[in-house]
Design a protein around this ligand. Structure first.
Ligand SMILES: Nc1ncnc2c1ncn2[C@@H]1O[C@H](COP(=O)(O)OP(=O)(O)OP(=O)(O)O)[C@@H](O)[C@H]1O
Length: 330
């Protein structure tokens, strides 16, 4: 594990506005930074450390470390962390559009245009590719963990609570969380791997197209039964044959038959979105989370032009996206 840099932020730097959500370990507060030029809104994920075992505290710090490593436009930005009153606060980018789950619910049965679905899908894919290229698996990919910008055009993967760095010595095999997105191999007690994220991505793609979960049920055994038989109801004729086949490829029971994220990025249906997003992403403001932040903490903006460096985050506290990806994609 990387060495933890000394915490320099503190609670007094923030004004609490509201609770935006609660997780298994703590509360997510929407806060405003007091002294910065733009008084940016940020999320403080607060986790009481009282009563936590050493292992749990290490696991939570692991999330901080992963977030720090994960600088990417399609991954929620990490800003800092600090401890107060025996509580750990992780300061992160605020995703004003809420979760993808809520966005889907708010469609109230009106299907997304397929190009929007493929746009979202490709963005998630690009984020996963970034993680997998660092040998990190998300392990909890689901629509609740995909956050959106205000205009709901950009996705931000979040919740690295149970993400794991796969090394030669360790297999990531713990199962936690909502069961609906679990892959058959996890249901069968086998180890997690990158292809398990691909299955979960298939569940997300299904949900974006059908506006309902691929595998649902009243209880855990009934959900697991459906997953292990790969039994899901047809998406419907509103979706093209090609995209339905793509879902089928992701939701293959045998993980070896599922494509990897690299292959998916060049799938004929996906490639145009991959290319356009990569060309455009250099114009999206993304957070910087390394030690250089001291110079830019008060909101100085660095705009980068599309270039070979276009996927390298250059900025901190992105309160606004200067250009919506959707402007060029749709
Ligand atoms: N950066 C963020 N921007 C906006 N809303 C957020 C952000 N992070 C979390 N939330 C909201 O807070 C809720 C709780 O998030 P949190 O990461 O604490 O837990 P979780 O993912 O729901 O569950 P668990 O702790 O079991 O993994 C989310 O569902 C989301 O609605």
């Amino acid at each position: 594990m990387d060495e933890v840099e000394p915490a320099e932020d503190r609670m007094e730097n923030y004004v609490r506005i509201a609770v935006v959500g609660r997780g298994a370990y703590g509360v997510c507060w929407l806060c405003r930074r007091k002294e910065s030029q733009h008084r940016e809104k940020v999320i403080l994920k607060t986790i009481p450390l009282h009563g936590l075992s050493n292992e749990e505290e290490i696991a939570i710090m692991g999330e901080v470390m992963l977030l720090k490593k994960m600088r990417h436009p399609m991954i929620i930005g990490y800003y800092s962390y600090f401890k107060y009153d025996n509580t750990l606060a992780i300061v992160m980018q605020y995703a004003e559009g809420g979760t993808m789950e809520r966005m889907i619910q708010e469609q109230r049965g009106e299907h997304f245009h397929e190009s929007s679905v493929l746009d979202f899908f490709t963005q998630i894919l690009i984020a996963l590719h970034h993680m997998h290229s660092k040998s990190i698996v998300h392990r909890d990919l689901k629509t609740q963990n995909i956050l959106m910008n205000k205009k709901r055009t950009l996705v931000k993967l979040s919740d690295f609570g149970i993400s794991k760095e796969l090394s030669t010595k360790s297999v990531a095999s713990t199962v936690i969380g909502t069961p609906n997105y679990l892959s058959p191999e996890i249901c069968e007690g086998r180890a997690y791997n990158q292809k398990s994220d691909v299955w979960s991505l298939g569940c997300v793609l299904y949900e974006l197209l059908a506006l309902r979960r691929a595998f649902d049920g009243d209880n855990l055994p009934s959900i697991v039964m459906k997953i292990t038989k790969c039994s899901y109801s047809p998406i419907g004729d509103h979706a093209t044959q090609e995209v339905r086949e793509l879902v089928g490829n992701l939701l293959r029971l045998n993980e070896h038959q599922r494509p990897n994220v690299q292959e998916l990025l060049t799938h004929p249906l996906v490639l145009p979105y991959t290319l356009r997003i990569h060309c455009d992403v250099g114009r999206v403001i993304v957070p910087e989370n390394n030690k250089r932040r001291a110079n830019s903490v008060m909101g100085g903006r660095l705009r980068i032009t599309p270039s070979a460096q276009s996927l390298r985050p250059q900025e901190r506290f992105p309160t606004k996206t200067p250009i919506s990806l959707s402007n060029t994609l749709r």
